[in-house]
Design a protein. Structure first.
Length: 171
């Protein structure tokens, strides 16, 4: 049981370290050549506004981390939406905009990160923790079942115990 506890602790420490590394993401980089930061707004064009909203639903708020930039009201999310809007106005495709954001902020900015070596923990970490928890629960239940109740007393042992108790009462 001690080995299992140690294993669980080591796995938890590894998962926490990998999650902390993944949250750090890539450092911010300068935008690639060809991307401009000055563009006209797209609020008046319903097609561009819908496209902006769809792209914003694919990107994670780096402050909130459990919301898309479309849902978040954080200042960084507002800036990211503005960047998406500028990229749309500059004539960039959806894949170019997504590539720009992942180059700048890493895969963590994607609300559904791709399955690759650096994101395996994001995809399979919860299942690994669930499996470890189920294993620990199974071991605890098995250990409790292994505790054997004492065997019932035989007739001879009962008579001897009764005689001993009767002797104490008479004293």
């Amino acid at each position: 049981m001690k080995r299992l506890t140690r294993l669980v602790c080591v796995l938890a420490a590894l998962l926490l370290a990998a999650a902390a590394y993944a949250q750090g993401g890539a450092p911010a980089k300068a935008p690639p050549q060809g991307f401009t930061t000055t563009a006209k707004p797209t609020e008046n064009d319903p097609v561009s506004a819908r496209r902006e909203h769809e792209l914003a639903r694919q990107l994670r708020c780096l402050v909130c981390q459990n919301e898309t930039i479309a849902e978040s009201r954080a200042d960084l999310a507002v800036d990211l939406r503005r960047q998406v809007r500028e990229q749309i106005a500059a004539g960039r495709s959806d894949s170019q905009i997504i590539d720009f954001m992942t180059q700048r902020y890493g895969d963590f900015v994607l609300y559904s990160p791709p399955l690759k070596g650096t994101t395996l923990l994001l995809w399979f970490g919860p299942f690994a923790l669930l499996l470890v928890g189920a294993l620990v629960a199974w071991r605890v239940v098995a250990a409790r079942k292994a505790v054997v109740a004492p065997a019932p007393l035989s007739d001879e042992e009962r008579a001897r115990a009764a005689a001993m108790l009767a002797g104490e009462r008479n004293s």
